[in-house]
Design a binder for this molecule. Structure first.
Ligand code: NDP
Ligand SMILES: O=C1OC[C@@H](O)[C@H](O)[C@H]1O
Length: 400
């Protein structure tokens, strides 16, 4: 067996998810059965100060020779970086990813990929022009649980998927929790609202089951009808969005398929943090696959077939981990003792792609990321939700 190749990461931004991702990145991959690749962090950058980047490297347990930068512009020039993980708010992804690509760096960029589809297309074009790897960091797609669900679908065991119901909602009290309006969930300058932050996961489940599982040469974009409730105090972010989608399909493939993708930042998928009702239901004529909450980090599935079969499966994230609760941007959620967060799967995929010379992620290529941004554009159009021009623009560079 050949020895694992080491991928040298740079971390752009030092906030909540950057800390979680970096800690996962540094977990020994053999603890999850991955032997062909290893990860290390060679640099991190903070737009606030060099000392913040230094503290970040220390707190996350990065190698002592990893370099700290107090500016993203200086950081992207570091010749030791193979790939940059972007962990800024969605509003900043376009400008930050352009900066990295222009500097010749491969990129793994947090969700939502960009603010709109035009920005996503421009990034994809730049990556192509520069022959660089570019992937949206929708971690859920890379979980063994997601691979299992997609394999069940393509095995035909529930028949052609006819309908998908997907919800990712959180019970916050935004007027109290985010009363100064600055939090990225409600702040229009940070592309705030439920849709881009939480709804992306509802759409991820719809797309990875109804679109990604179809042959690339025949699948078609869905028609979209949306209801958007704007957030009271500002009307400049959405507090709840519900999307009906129709995926056109040939009669041989089962005919058109429907989906409902919903999200709210005021009411939860299930009250009281329970997970006894599925947040995702994937329905076909022969049965149904259920995925239990939270939709972004599920650990339980159920397969229910018409013939009476019921198959429950648990998908704990491999350790080691402290089990102190997953990071969610405004508190923490349930995580069992000894479990990791689960962000290492997407890192493994990005690293594998670099080793194989691929320029896109295996389970969500750029065409699909762009299409999902197009759906979100259409939803925002129907719901009258527009963000400030400086974050909607494709003009690069634009100071934010
Ligand atoms: N995959 C997942 O499970 C999760 C993904 N996310 C995604 O990660 C991204 C970041 O979220 P999160 O880490 O919670 O956010 P945080 O606010 O905790 O961190 C964002 C960081 O971005 C940098 N930054 C640069 N400019 C700005 C600005 N104008 N305002 C705020 N921050 C700025 C800062 O780092 P610095 O000062 O070092 O430059 C800041 O610490 C979002 O796109 C979100 O959707 C979030 C939570 C979970
Ligand atoms: O990506 C995310 O997943 C967890 C959520 O709680 C968080 O707000 C979001 O950004």
């Amino acid at each position: 067996m050949s020895s694992p190749k080491t991928i040298h990461w740079g971390i752009l931004a030092t906030g909540g998810i950057a800390i979680t991702f970096t800690k996962d990145l540094l977990v020994d991959p053999t603890t999850r059965g991955v032997t062909h690749v290893k990860h290390t962090v060679v640099a991190a950058a903070s737009s606030s100060s060099k000392s913040r980047a230094e503290q970040f490297l220390k707190d996350t347990g990065c190698p002592s020779d990893a370099k700290a930068y107090g500016s993203y512009e200086e950081f992207v020039k570091d010749p030791n970086i193979d790939i940059i993980y972007i962990a800024t708010p969605h509003s900043h992804h376009y400008q930050n990813a352009m900066l990295c690509l222009e500097a010749g760096k491969n990129v793994l960029c947090e969700k939502a990929f960009t603010v709109n589809a035009a920005q996503a297309r421009a990034l994809a074009e730049k990556a192509k022009e520069k022959d660089l790897f570019l992937m949206e960091a929708v971690w859920t797609r890379y979980f063994p649980l997601s691979i299992y669900v997609r394999d069940l679908i393509t095995s035909g065991c529930i028949g052609p998927v006819a309908r998908v119901l997907a919800d990712n909602s959180m019970a916050t009290n935004p007027e109290e929790q985010f009363s100064d309006g600055k939090h990225r969930l409600v702040n229009p300058d940070l592309a705030g609202g439920a849709l881009l932050d939480l709804g992306i996961y509802s759409l991820t489940w719809v797309f990875q089951t109804l679109y990604h599982t179809q042959p690339a040469d025949t699948r078609k974009p869905p028609q979209v009808l949306a209801a958007v409730k704007l957030y009271g105090p500002t009307k400049a972010a959405d507090e709840a969005t519900t999307i009906a989608l129709n995926f056109p399909r040939s009669a041989e493939a089962g005919g058109d398929a429907h989906a409902i993708a919903s999200t709210s930042l005021r009411v939860p998928t299930i009250p009281g943090g329970k997970d006894d009702v599925p947040s995702i239901r994937i329905q076909g004529p022969k049965g149904e696959i259920q995925v239990f909450p939270p939709a972004f980090r599920p650990t339980r599935t159920r397969l229910v077939l018409k013939d009476g079969t019921v198959e429950d499966k648990q998908w704990p994230q491999p350790g080691p981990g402290k089990g102190s609760g997953w990071y969610n941007g405004f508190g923490s959620g349930k995580q069992s003792e000894g479990e990791g967060q689960g962000m290492f799967w997407e890192a493994d995929e990005a690293a594998t792609a670099l080793l194989e010379g691929r320029k896109e992620g295996k389970y969500e290529g750029l065409e699909e990321s762009i299409l999902i941004m197009e759906v979100m554009d259409e939803v925002r159009k129907q719901g009258g939700l527009k963000y400030p021009e400086k974050i909607e623009t494709t003009k690069y560079p634009t100071p934010l």
